[in-house]
Design a protein around this ligand. Structure first.
Ligand code: MOS
Length: 718
């Protein structure tokens, strides 16, 4: 017989243990309420009317017939909407996207531009009336096609320098033993989060309250306060449960139009975007056209590297998809040049989308490295190991930690890479040609200033309050573990409340920086609270609250190259008679800092890798050049990988403790997609002997390539 003696909980053991989501039961039983389903008394419903024309002006909006329709309360448009204050730069360093700042003028800069909001008693009445609203336009000619040699393209910085350059590029290319000069393209991609955008705005006790689905309650709160010239303290934004964001859930037309309508009608107004509306109003990943030039010695050491990327943006907002930035981290060369360009077209504004820059940029550079390996007769893993930079290739700064080599070696070992025959197009399994491919990955690791409140309750439990966002990542659960360890208690005694701008400034869920930024603030407040309780253990009825602010601590961090790294491996089967590609297995090994919750971290990494499969094979939003509009902007026309497309995917990690983070965290939100599409494309080459430099690798592209004579393989892009 065994007996157990209950003892004190082991200290600081929560971080690193696999935990299901603390709100998991609420989510799977449907009691978790999302922004579009929280009930409000006297709620009115707004429906956005979008422009079917691609460029021009609104000549007339005939509101009278619609105002007479059942349940219709008002129609807002540029003729009656309040003018907003837009001349500012927000907390993320960007001005507001005019596509979100609705109804300010009569110009139409792209198809799907919001021209009116019809508000009615029910969503059905609002939709009926919105579809009946007659808007007449004066059309102007438009241009919506991105081309590599567009003369109007210009270098643009966005959130990193536009260009970097060192060394004599032409000279180094000319003297290299192995050279490569290729173009790669990626298409327009859509975030496709499960929950479309939704917001309810209401005035309550002299304060504007917006219940929203976003990646940062404080972010949206500060934008709305500025736009509407309100005191920040009189605006509250809440965002408790979020069905995915991936970069798209910031300030958008739905919140701004809901606030306008709630103010005009003096009652709560909800605006929900349809899936189709998200295609033009919620941002997207711009298509890219990228040119990569590489020069290497016979042993594969890079002597010249040139990566130029071009993306489109709207005529009203500049967004840079910084695809050329990835080579500033991964590879050095004597001559090294990277440059991001944009061109303004009559298209919706693109925005951040999971691993902005790295996702499409790694497709180009990691495909190019694979081509270089082929030409030099060097194993692709070995080629990357030979080109590991000692310091930041552009900055010259030391890495905080760089465990890419460990990822490459561990991944190669577990994937069985050593047995690979490098020759392409020779392995058959019935009608399938088989191949394997790999790619390296990096994504910036950072932290941004945040504040947190931690309260010791008289009941003996603890409450953490921070304006964090859990967009499906498991952030709420991760912060519970973080707080438990800092308080030296068990996770069961910690209650984490997030998604409320009243909790004070905090980083958004973005840039893979959320958990690290919030964990830092929570740890600081919890540590101070624990120290106070050690001296004064008596807790008054209102509890004891400690507030932290990490601004100073982060400002004191030394300048370093801080990144997560990864190695992606894929095996594919290609049927060149049908054009079908099946990914058979994938392995990703990551060095992404200390892993707070292995269960949800693995989920993030596998999710990113799944995006990579989807990017490689399926995703492509196609625009008709004549109308300027999308074909079939919905999840029937826009293909994302679904269960049957996703094979055995394994994600794991090597030890990687960020030395400058109090917990050792880096971040896992975006590294999973980086390199994943290249690994799949490189495997398709290994299977078939044909390079696909344009994503997605659709069946028709596989068929067209298979129809070419063998001597043309390697240039099969259509
Ligand atoms: Mo992410 S693209 O930083 O939400």
């Amino acid at each position: 017989m065994t007996t157990t003696t209950p003892g004190p909980p082991a200290l600081r053991t929560a971080v690193g243990t696999a935990r299901t989501r603390v709100e998991g039961r609420e989510k799977v039983t449907g009691t978790a309420r999302y922004a579009g389903e929280i009930p409000f008394a006297d709620l009115a419903h707004g429906w956005l009317v979008l422009s079917p024309i691609t460029r021009g002006r609104i000549r007339d909006i005939d509101t009278a017939p619609v105002l007479a329709m059942p349940g219709v309360l008002t129609v807002l448009h540029h003729g009656n909407a309040p003018r907003l204050y837009t001349d500012y730069v927000g907390m993320l360093g960007t001005p507001p996207d005019p596509a979100a700042v609705v109804f300010q003028h009569d110009k139409v800069p792209f198809a799907g531009w919001p021209v009116a909001l019809v508000v009615a008693e029910t969503p059905e009445e609002a939709r009926e009336a919105a579809e009946a609203l007659v808007v007449t336009y004066d059309r102007e000619p438009h241009s919506t096609v991105l081309t590599a040699d567009d003369p109007d393209a210009y270098p643009a910085a966005g959130f990193m320098p536009a260009a970097t350059e060192k060394g004599d590029l032409q000279g180094r290319l000319a003297s290299s033993a192995v050279v490569l000069d290729e173009e790669y393209t990626t298409p327009e991609e859509q975030h496709s989060m499960m929950e479309p955008h939704a917001a309810t705005a209401r005035w309550e006790g002299g304060r504007l309250e917006v219940v929203d689905s976003n990646q940062g309650a404080g972010w949206v709160q500060s934008e709305l306060a500025t736009l509407f010239s309100l005191d920040a303290s009189s605006v509250r934004v809440r965002s408790e449960h979020i069905g995915g964001g991936f970069g798209s859930k910031g300030l958008r037309a739905h919140q701004v139009s809901a606030v306008m309508a709630a103010t005009a009608l003096r009652r709560p107004v909800r605006v929900v975007l349809t899936r189709r509306q998200t295609f033009s109003l919620a941002g997207y990943r711009s298509p890219t056209t990228q040119r990569v030039r590489l020069g290497a010695d016979a042993d594969g050491r890079l002597r010249a590297l040139d990566h130029r990327s071009l993306n489109q943006t709207s005529t009203v907002y500049e967004f840079v998809e910084p695809s050329a930035g990835v080579a500033r981290v991964l590879y050095d060369a004597d001559a090294h040049r990277t440059a991001n360009h944009v061109v303004r077209l009559d298209v919706p504004s693109p925005t951040w989308m999971r691993a902005p820059g790295e996702a499409p940029g790694s497709f180009a550079i990691e495909s190019a490295l694979d081509e270089l390996a082929e030409r030099a007769g060097i194993d692709p893993v070995e080629l990357r190991l030979r080109n590991e930079p000692e310091t930041g290739p552009v900055s010259g700064l030391p890495f905080s930690s760089n465990n890419l080599a460990a990822c490459l070696r561990e991944g190669a070992r577990r994937f069985g890479w050593a047995d690979r025959d490098p020759r392409p197009g020779i392995r058959y399994d019935g009608r399938w040609l088989l191949g394997t491919g790999m790619a390296a990955a990096s994504f910036e690791a950072g932290a941004m200033p945040s504040t947190a409140l931690v309260t010791a309750e008289a009941s003996g439990s603890y409450t953490v309050r921070i304006a964090a966002a859990d967009i499906g990542t498991g952030a709420r659960t991760a912060l519970t573990l973080i707080a438990a360890d800092a308080l030296e208690t068990t996770p069961e005694r910690v209650h984490v409340r997030i998604g409320d701008s009243d909790f004070g400034p905090a980083m958004i869920a973005g840039g893979s920086m959320g958990t690290r930024s919030w964990a830092w603030a929570v740890t600081a407040a919890a540590t101070e609270l624990r120290e106070r309780l050690a001296v004064t253990p008596d807790i008054p009825p209102e509890g004891i609250t400690v507030r932290s602010d990490t601004t100073e601590a982060l400002g004191a961090l030394a300048q370093k190259e801080r990144h997560s790294f990864g190695a992606q491996f894929a095996e594919v089967a290609v049927d060149t008679s049908s054009g079908e590609i099946r990914v058979r297995r994938m392995l990703g090994i990551f060095a992404a800092g200390r892993i707070v919750n292995p269960l949800t971290a693995r989920n993030q990494l596998v999710g990113g890798m799944t995006w990579g499969i989807s990017m490689a094979l399926h995703e492509e939003a196609v625009r008709d050049r004549n109308t300027g509009r999308h074909y079939s902007p919905d999840l029937a026309g826009y293909h994302v990988a679904t269960h049957a497309d996703v094979p055995d995917i394994e994600a794991d990690w090597v030890d990687d403790h960020d030395p400058d983070d109090p917990i050792g965290i880096k971040g896992v939100g975006e590294i999973g997609i980086v390199g994943a599409a290249a690994a799949v494309a490189n495997a398709v080459w290994h299977a078939t002997g044909v390079r696909h430099r344009n994503l997605p690798i659709r069946p028709d592209r596989v068929l067209a390539a298979a129809a070419l004579p063998p001597s043309d393989s390697g240039a099969a892009d259509a």
